[in-house]
Design a binder for this molecule. Structure first.
Ligand code: G3I
Length: 378
């Protein structure tokens, strides 16, 4: 393990700041720049961001509180919601300092037609992020899902599949170079059923098990400065899948595969979630491998028939996640998979069984989880 793999919160923030400077963005470093701008603003002095009016200095917003802790606090960004609902963007700009595209940076959005790269929607999101001095996580370069028609249910000759992935990775990382603080190179590559890699999707079958190391080497070649992550679900605590991930990633690192961090998606049910202790243990063991950990898609599902007690339990889970991240030396980012129940993937994907997974209700009223996060950050 080289020291460069050890991405503590401070070094991650430094690397991110460097990336931001390269892109000419106004403000990308939460621990130093955001925290400094908060104190400068409070004193009413020379605010480097005053011209844009983009920074929220108040410590009454989650963004303001996160700045003081040097934490990247993010949300998934729904392009559809952004375009039709002005409140959506207003709340994001006020409460968050980091964005991740919920859908518009996936293969089916970027390359709906093979070989034709459409960055229009993603560029609009990047412009919004830059305008509001927010960082961006980019997901995912390679996934078995969100495939365009030309790749869905296909098996390609090995070299053709490698060429497709190489072209996509180079196009994406070239286009967004210096503007992305972390890339999920591979999303959900591990099997859910037991040992080994996930076999769904075209890449495993077309290329073979070495597709994983190939794509990380490609990404590193495309942008040697980029921070490269592996992202997955059901491995937030010390689950069997998390154990398998740990062993697998350790082996990839030992073989020189450039991986810098792990994304824990953290989609959990209110009645089925890991304890803070085991999440801390899991984050720590990745730290021992020299890896950063980001919480990447946090939401906490409640039954559709929600009670006040459910909302309190949900708040406690959000609070624990933030406390755990802040206590870890290698966890500089917590991103929610959306922030308002008005736009959440959960009801539509759980057959209507679960809902209310986020920190604002459908009318943008903060739920107890909002106050719980504020308390954790305070
Ligand atoms: O935008 C089209 C719309 O035009 C069309 O009429 C409609 C009909 O199906 O589909 C719409 O697109 C849907 C899109 O969400 C936007 O709502 C897609 O069908 C649907 O598949 C897509 O689902 C997304 C899913 O990933 C697959 O890409 C969810 O929004 C998104 O929340 C979900 O996110 C994933 C992460 O990427 C990885 N981790 C798990 C997480 C939740 O499944």
């Amino acid at each position: 393990m080289t020291p460069s793999h050890n991405l503590s919160r401070r070094s991650f923030v430094r690397a991110s700041a460097a990336a931001g400077l390269a892109a000419g963005l106004p403000l990308l470093c939460p621990r130093r720049a955001l925290a400094e701008s908060v104190s400068i603003n409070s004193a009413g002095e020379n605010d480097p961001n005053a011209a844009t009016g983009n920074v929220t200095p108040e410590t009454t917003t989650l963004r303001g509180l996160a700045a003081k802790k040097g934490l990247l606090l993010g949300t998934a960004f729904s392009n559809g919601a952004f375009r039709k609902d002005p409140t959506y963007g207003e709340v994001i700009a006020r409460e968050f300092n980091c964005l991740v595209a919920e859908n518009i940076m996936k293969l089916n959005a970027i390359q709906h037609v093979r070989g034709e790269f459409d960055f229009t929607a993603a560029d609009a999101m990047m412009a919004f992020a830059a305008k509001h001095a927010m960082q961006v996580r980019a997901v995912p370069l390679v996934w078995h899902d969100a495939l365009p028609p030309w790749a869905k249910d296909q098996t390609f000759p090995r070299q053709e599949a490698l060429d497709i992935l190489r072209d996509h990775i180079f196009a994406m990382m070239g286009h967004f170079r210096g503007r992305v603080c972390a890339w999920d190179v591979l999303n959900e590559g591990l099997s859910d059923k037991g040992p080994g890699l996930r076999e769904e999707g075209p890449w495993f079958h077309s290329i073979g098990t070495d597709y994983v190391e190939k794509i990380y080497h490609m990404a590193h070649e495309a942008d040697p400065e980029a921070r490269l992550f592996y992202n997955d679900f059901d491995m937030d605590g010390m689950s069997k899948k998390a154990d398998r991930c740990y062993v697998w990633i350790k082996d990839l690192l030992a073989r020189g595969v450039p991986i810098h961090g792990i994304g824990l998606q953290y989609h959990v049910r209110v009645d089925q979630h890991p304890s803070p202790t085991e999440v801390a243990q899991n984050i720590r063991r990745f730290n021992d491998l020299g890896l950063a950990v980001h919480i990447t898609e946090l939401d906490v599902w409640l039954p559709t028939q929600v009670t006040a007690e459910h909302l309190q339990q949900q708040a406690e889970i959000f609070r624990h996640v933030f406390e755990t991240a802040l206590a870890a030396s290698n966890c500089p980012a917590v991103l929610l998979w959306g922030f308002t129940d008005r736009y959440s993937w959960v009801p539509g994907n759980t057959g209507g069984t679960f809902d209310h997974a986020l920190i604002y209700d459908r009318d943008y009223r903060p739920k107890p989880a909002y106050a719980a996060i504020a308390a954790a950050l305070g």
